[in-house]
Design a binder for this molecule. Structure first.
Ligand code: NAD
Ligand code: TYD
Length: 350
């Protein structure tokens, strides 16, 4: 094998798309997927590639320092693509410590292992940290997040991701660890856990349940199809410059309520419902505390320097996404049993 790569969080939403892309595109690489398999991790996401010769799964916790050290000794990694994280803002509001442990302590454990095991020779090594646009805070009605926008995280989730980004840069600056960071906007697509807006609402329409819109629904997000994020990660891993940051976005801003209405129309068409059926499920509920008003990315750096662009128009990506959830109802049913029911009642009161 030409290279051995550690991908953390590979059983999650974005991670599984990254693992699949690398396993299929680079048969000469050994891909080691490390995942704790929390509620958000699901090996079913990778059932199509799990028997590949260049793929290995390791179950473990990035917070477990000894386990991480032994893993680095076992595999002699050339690079790390770090996606493992607690990723849901609402959960970070009820349980911030889980976010500090995984997102901050877990990242520092990985950085230490990389620094200690690579310290003899950083040549051809790379620590790629996958982060979010939420570290930049909330935008007013105009303006875009640039790579140089000062950090201003507002939720426990974004604060933990911002902290981990700072540690990655500090290890680059202090110890010379080669790194890149990317900060991406909201992803959507197959295999996303149905606690996030789109899969939650698709599943609720399927079950004829209310669609709980926070506050006035006028919060704005930029949306990117998950496979386009995975392609960007591949490009940055191979062609990005050491110690650089790349913003990734879909050039695709929507208010929540407009996006939900488009989704409702598409769902009605796919389900063969009368027009307007799904929209009737929209219910305005209490706002998320500290809810960030607007995120919007200027992705011109990755576009200009690495020739990356989103491959799909949003309506097409949304249709592909809805179709995937409709064709994979067993997947949703499998991940929404047990603990999910408890989470749902705690979050939405019913
Ligand atoms: P996800 O919640 O779907 O998956 C996270 C994965 O990490 C799961 O497989 C989980 O089992 C694993 N994990 C969690 N804690 C772990 C631990 N302690 N040790 C090992 N594995 C652990 O998340 P996602 O949406 O796929 O996000 C992946 C990464 O991308 C995160 O770092 C997130 O901050 C970032 N990101 C996400 C988005 C988005 O829209 N989802 C946007 C930008 C950046
Ligand atoms: P989410 O998918 O949780 O991503 P993030 O908060 O990281 O952007 O939410 C996307 C938007 O949808 C955000 O403005 C919050 C809103 N939202 C609702 O209105 N209702 C819901 O039930 C959820 C989960 C999100």
């Amino acid at each position: 094998m030409k290279k051995t790569l550690l991908i953390t969080g590979g059983a999650g939403f974005i991670g599984s798309h990254v693992v699949r892309l690398f396993v299929q595109k680079y048969p000469e690489y050994k891909i080691v997927n490390l995942d704790k398999l929390t509620y958000a991790g699901n090996l079913e996401n990778l059932s199509d590639i799990e028997d590949s010769d260049n793929y290995v799964f390791e179950k473990g916790d990035i917070v477990d320092k000894q386990f991480i050290q032994l893993l680095f000794e076992k595999y002699d990694f050339n690079g790390v693509i770090h996606l493992a994280a607690e990723s849901h803002v609402d959960r970070s509001i009820t349980n911030p410590m889980d976010f500090i442990m995984t997102n901050v302590v877990g990242t520092v454990n990985l950085l230490n292992a990389a620094k200690n095991n690579w310290s003899e020779n950083f040549e051809d090594k790379l620590f790629y940290h996958v982060s979010t646009d939420e570290v930049y805070g909330s935008l007013p009605e105009t303006g875009l997040f640039l790579e140089t926008t000062p950090y201003d995280p507002q939720s426990p989730y974004s604060s933990s991701k911002a902290s981990s980004d700072h540690f990655v840069r500090a290890y680059g600056n202090t110890y010379g660890l080669p790194f890149v960071i990317s900060n991406c906007s909201n992803n959507y697509g197959p295999n996303q856990f149905p606690e996030k807006l789109l899969p939650l609402f698709i599943n609720n329409i399927r079950k004829n349940k209310e669609l709980p819109v926070y506050g006035d629904g006028l919060f704005t997000r930029d949306w990117l199809f998950v496979e386009d994020h995975a392609r960007a990660i591949d490009l940055i891993y191979h062609k990005g410059k050491n110690a650089e940051t790349y913003n990734i976005g879909g050039f695709n801003e929507w208010t929540n309520i407009d996006l939900i209405k488009v989704m409702c129309i598409q769902m009605d068409e796919i389900l063969g419902n009368e027009k307007g059926t799904s929209e009737q499920l929209i219910t305005y509920v209490k706002d998320r505390p500290g809810h960030d008003k607007r995120y919007a990315i200027d992705a011109s750096k990755i576009k200009n320097e690495l020739s990356w662009e989103p491959s799909l128009q949003f309506e097409e990506g949304l249709q592909k996404t809805i179709q995937w959830y409709m064709n994979n109802q067993q997947w949703i049913d499998n991940v929404t049993t047990g603990d999910y029911q408890k989470y749902y009642v705690e979050q939405y009161g019913k």
